[in-house]
Design a protein around this ligand. Sequence first.
Ligand code: FES
Length: 108
Amino acid sequence: MKRTIDVPATVDLGIGKRARVQADGIDFALFNVDGRTYAIDDSCPHNGGSLGGGKLDGRMVQCPAHGMRFDLATGCMRGGGLAVRNYPVEVVEGRIRIVLGDPGTNGA
Ligand code: FES
C-alpha cells in the first residue's frame, strides 16, 4: 500500500516556484518547472548540501555546496554517478501529494 504526504495548502508551488517541506522524517525539496512538479530529497547524496537552494537549469538542479547536478525527473547525475532520491508527485483536487510508495519500493 502506497504512502503519501499531502503538501500543505500554504506552500506556493506555482510555475517557477520551489519549496522545502519536512514530513514523515524526510526533508523534501519541491520544484515546479514549466508547470510540472518534482519532489526530491533536499539532502544532496554527496555531502548533504541543500538541493532546495540549488540553481536550476531546466530540470537540472545544481547543488550549492560543490556543484553536482541532478535531474529532477530521475534523481540521477548527468552521465551517471550519485543519485538523489526522487518521488512521484500526484495532484489531487488541486493539492500536491508526494508518493512514498510501498515500504521497500523507494526506501521511504
Ligand atoms: S554536497 Fe552536494 S555536491 Fe557536495
